[in-house]
Ligand binder design. Sequence first.
Ligand code: SF4
Length: 353
Amino acid sequence: MIFQSAGWRIRVLLSATSKIYNSAEQIITFAAMSGNSETKDFRAIIDRHFKALENCNLCPRRCGANRLKAATGFCKSGSGFHIASICSHKGEEPVISGTHGICNVFFGNCNLQCRYCQNWQISKNTKAEEIEILRLETVLERIISLLNQGCESVGFVSPSHFIPHVKVIIDALRLIGHNPIFVYNSNGYDSVEQLNSLEGYIDVYLPDFKYADPELAKELSGVKDYPEMALAALKEMFRQKGSTLQLNEKGIAENGMVVRHLILPGYVQNSLEVLRLLSYHLSESVAVSLMSQYWPTPAMESHASLNRTLDVKEYDQVVKEMENLGFYKGWVQELESSTHYRPDFSSEHPFER
Ligand code: SF4
């Protein structure tokens, strides 16, 4: 099936990090207005979650940066809500998007920095200063507006370096009476300890599993330990969710996990090994989303093999291995999907051409 596209938009708003604390007052006001009688001190909740930013080991890079003071870690992210966009997205897997789209919260910067990143306009750390910081109440207002328009899920995209922020958003939404399905959509380079702390927060895990080959991971994403770290992260997600993907009455995933893999042109062997590792270490009963939408971004135009889209022979080889290994749950993108998925985030409607 071909995933549909939906318009995104880069939001650029200015606000000081310290404004987060003003937001706590706002949440308490929201809670009171919603008839919530709880008298929780929301500032204490923020403090508790943000403590992890003092000596940041949120992701496997383990920089130890004090993000409450400065954005000196690899991800160039401080303590603010660095959010590039909050919008309804209909282009995810059908069980993730549903009819109305998922309310996706796209965190800016990234803890991985893949050379070929398909969302390079909002993920590059070199552009970190261009992703402004939103106030918590702005984040909540936008999410609630999309929930009121029919979105049933909230997806946190590239959240690995913003887990305290994810928890604050979820706690705040729940406090004011909203409990949508929460989806964790990451690049797979996650900390097991942090994932463990998300148990009870996240309903659906939607991680990538990009590489089985450490050398390739080093070459394209700068981290040789990606296969090891991602596999450990996937095992923790699998421990929490198992292989059952529970759907609600509308066919939207409300509990479970889906593993994504983007096939890279010229690197079929890596894809075959990824599937074999998944089968061996997790289960062939886990839901898999095999993606063929790769397209060369400007940075890849002169790369020896990533300067083109996937060819039919490569595609068939990976799909066949998926079948041979016995995976039976999930989605395979049609080969033509690379022509449908070429977002331009400098446009008001990045997916509309
Ligand atoms: S989240 Fe950012 S600062 Fe923290 S360990 Fe990872 S890259 Fe470093």
